[in-house]
Design a protein around this ligand. Structure first.
Ligand code: CA
Ligand code: CA
Ligand code: CA
Ligand code: CA
Length: 364
């Protein structure tokens, strides 16, 4: 079969990124972060629970449907069973019992079989492989597009995040192993242009167990968490040095182990925030998005009248894209370790970014 020249990553769809000059109104105190209590926010909605009891829901991704923003989806891993998609009101839309998917991430703009799609990647603990799915406004069901089993050779695959290298026009998947190893895989079209293959382009490691990670496509950074210690920044490009710069560590008041999910709230001009799950004290820490990633503030998600708060959060995701109300300033989605009101298996909480901005007195 001929190789289709059009296949590959062609860049993101144009989306309405809000103009947010996210200026901190608090007096920043990176050297002496405030101790608990922290400002609080409430979730506006929660997803349907996962089917299984115990620690099962783990990591969310947010798919902004450029064709119809109201039909955007939350994609959540059920690490005992597979992947689920949920509507913005939390209702389950699609359930894929595809195995023990641990972390999930997505990037827009890959062209396969003549269609421009979003690629969803997940770390598959049943097969120590990278699971790959596609969806698009024309086809909002997740469909498997992996070119066979994309095995990693890792013994215990764990965290995963994606990176779009705008200079090369290439998508990458970072995966890690509980033993500290990381791999960077490039996504490449299969020979017939209809599916997606992978090739490993870089490896590095942390001393102890990592999991959460996130890449900043525009600024070219990868952030990786080391659960018991803190998190680091390094260049995301496949040919860059693997030097790790410590951004923050546990024990200073900003983070309490485990350090779990990381996500990026993008504002224009490189502005915005890194959001990090401080799992050990049921809080979330904010840092400036641009290096040196100064610590900004922290907050908690507490019980509201209809939706309970979030605690012991594993994965989280945030978007600054303006979605239908109450998410006009963006949406934060976090895994909740203890779903109550009423008591039920785990799920994901949806928090309007405007609530976070108000609670932390961040100027719009
Ligand atoms: Ca994620
Ligand atoms: Ca973890
Ligand atoms: Ca809860
Ligand atoms: Ca609940």
């Amino acid at each position: 079969m001929p190789i289709l020249g059009s296949a590959g990553w062609v860049g993101p769809r144009s989306l309405p990124v809000p103009i947010v000059a996210a200026v901190l109104a608090l007096s920043a105190c990176a050297t002496n972060p405030p101790q608990a209590p922290a400002p609080t926010v409430q979730a506006s909605a929660e997803t349907d629970p996962v089917p299984g009891r115990g620690d099962a829901a783990d990591d969310p991704a947010i798919w902004v449907n450029a064709g119809n923003l109201a039909e955007s989806l939350i994609i959540g891993t059920d690490k005992k069973r597979g992947l689920n998609t949920y509507r913005l009101d939390g209702r389950l839309r699609q359930s894929l019992p595809v195995g023990r998917m641990n972390n999930v991430d997505l990037r827009d703009g890959f062209e396969i079989d003549g269609r421009r799609v979003t690629i969803v990647a997940a770390s598959d603990r049943d097969r120590n492989a990278i699971a790959l799915f596609a969806l698009s406004p024309e086809g909002p069901d997740l469909t498997d597009v992996a070119d066979g089993l994309r095995a990693t050779g890792l013994a215990e695959i764990y965290g995963l995040c994606m990176y779009a290298d705008r200079n090369r026009g290439t998508l990458f998947v970072f995966v890690n192993d509980k033993d500290g190893r990381f791999q960077q895989h490039e996504l490449i079209p299969s020979a017939d242009g209809k599916r997606i293959s992978t090739r490993i382009v870089r490896e590095f490691r942390l001393a102890t167990q990592p999991e959460g990670c996130v890449a900043d496509d525009e600024l070219g950074w990868l952030y990786v968490g080391e659960e018991g210690f803190g998190f680091y920044r390094m260049a995301a490009a496949p040919d860059a040095a693997t030097d790790l710069v410590a951004v923050d560590s546990v024990g200073k008041g900003s983070l309490v182990a485990d350090v779990e999910g990381l996500a990026i709230y993008r504002a224009n001009g490189g502005g915005g925030f890194l959001v990090v799950s401080s799992q050990g004290d049921n809080a979330y820490a904010l840092y400036r998005r641009a290096p040196p990633n100064e610590y900004v503030a922290r907050f908690r998600i507490v019980d509201g009248a209809a939706v309970d708060g979030a605690s012991a959060t594993d994965g989280l995701e945030v978007t600054s894209i303006s979605l239908p109300a109450p998410y006009t300033e963006g949406l934060l989605v976090v895994q909740d370790g203890d779903n109550t009101l009423p008591r039920a298996p785990q799920n994901f909480k949806l928090v309007p970014w405007s609530e976070v901005r108000r609670a932390l007195q961040l100027e719009p």
